[in-house]
Ligand binder design. Structure first.
Ligand code: F6R
Length: 365
């Protein structure tokens, strides 16, 4: 049931504090990720891994893209991420001691499953599925499984499955990191931030009314551009995918530094630009891009934390999020983009939970 919410999607967005807590449950001590989190056979696989290949589709693929930033930064492991429908049809070079990771809410996505079967013949160290459905094909056929605890996701547009995948991927990053030189103090700092995460997510949900107010600016638009840098580039991709899926507004995401290499030509007063820029370090580099957007009459929506020196001015809307450890910022900045798409779709009167042409689980190629 929708528990009084107007749509499953909204209910599922609001469930994120609980399902993130459930995904962390029993997997953390005060300062560390518990070794048992990945099951008894995990030790051999995780300690031998020297690189990681991640394969998934859609929103799950975006979670994989975030994980690449994390695995390379915190665990020092070379990481590749690819959409399953491409991966399964090409010649893939697999370096020795590579861990194969699939990400899937349903565990039944045809391309992801086929990619796993393809990978089995390619000499990987072993496979790990990060999945939300126990007993699914993907879980049954993988060597290891780390379950997300998102509960059933009914809305076709994935929300809570994505953020719990990110939580699981951070647990994987820290587990691999510990075996590959991640400093214990840094692990402890991120683990503390994970403990606090459900509370901070709840605070961000408190911004819903402010985000709903921003959504009116999009209802009449045909296009939107999302910008992010670093691990927030995949969050921009995910924001654009959500807007496309449920509001049918054409949206694209770019790493902010690419703007002047082409997409800037599209910007005018009809092209709102959404930028995910948690802190000043990221924003400094974005600022000149943002000015270029303003100079062309584009309306700007910036999601940033309190530390960012940027004021609301004509055509510039700044929405402040609570401060969070930078390791977890991509997770937190997902939420306002989910809410924004949701409210735009409601304004447009689309079928939010069952967008046209889409199925919840893509079990055919
Ligand atoms: C987007 C969405 C899809 C799925 C994709 C993979 O909101 O839900 O892009 O993420 O079809 O599905 P799973 O994760 O079940 O493999």
């Amino acid at each position: 049931s929708k528990d009084g919410y107007r749509h499953f999607m909204l209910k599922e967005i609001y469930e994120q504090p609980q399902v993130i807590a459930a995904t962390l449950e029993g997997r953390l001590s005060e300062r560390r990720v518990l070794a048992e989190s990945f099951g008894p056979q995990a030790e051999a696989l995780l300690s031998r891994a020297r690189q990681v290949h991640i394969v998934a589709c859609g929103t799950s693929y975006h979670a994989g893209l975030v994980a690449r930033y994390w695995l390379e930064k915190y665990a020092g492991l070379p990481t590749q991420v690819e959409v399953a429908s491409e991966y399964r049809y090409r010649r893939v070079v697999v370096p020795e001691d590579t861990l194969f990771v699939t990400l899937s809410q349903s565990g039944e996505t045809a391309d992801t499953l086929a990619a796993l079967r393809f990978a089995r013949e390619r000499g990987y160290l072993g496979s790990l599925a990060i999945c939300n459905v126990p007993g699914s094909s993907l879980v049954r056929e993988s060597d290891l499984a780390l379950m997300t605890q998102a509960g059933p996701e009914i809305g076709v547009a994935s929300t809570k499955a994505f953020t719990t995948q990110l939580v699981a991927l951070m647990l994987l990053t820290l587990s691999l990191g510990r075996r590959h030189g991640l400093d214990a103090a840094e692990e402890a700092r991120i683990v503390q931030a994970l403990h606090a995460l459900p509370g901070v997510v709840r605070q961000v949900l408190g911004l819903d009314a402010a985000i709903e107010a921003l959504s009116t600016a999009f209802a009449e638009k045909q296009h939107a551009l999302f910008l992010g840098r670093g691990a927030h580039y995949p969050i921009a991709l995910e924001g654009a995918l959500k807007l496309k899926e449920i509001s049918y507004i054409h949206a694209e995401a770019y790493p902010a530094g690419e703007l002047k290499h082409g997409p800037l030509a599209l910007v005018d007063s009809e092209m709102p630009v959404i930028s995910v820029a948690p802190n000043d370090e990221l924003l400094e580099k974005l600022k000149s891009n943002l000015q270029e957007v303003r100079a062309r009459g584009g309306e700007l929506f910036v999601f940033a934390d309190e530390s960012v020196r940027l004021e609301d001015t004509e055509g510039v809307h700044v929405l402040r999020l609570p401060r969070i450890d930078e390791a977890l910022a991509p997770l937190l900045y997902t939420l306002p983009l989910q809410l924004l798409s949701y409210h735009v779709a409601v304004l447009k009167g689309t079928d939010v939970d069952q967008p046209r042409n889409l199925a919840k689980s893509v079990t055919v190629e």
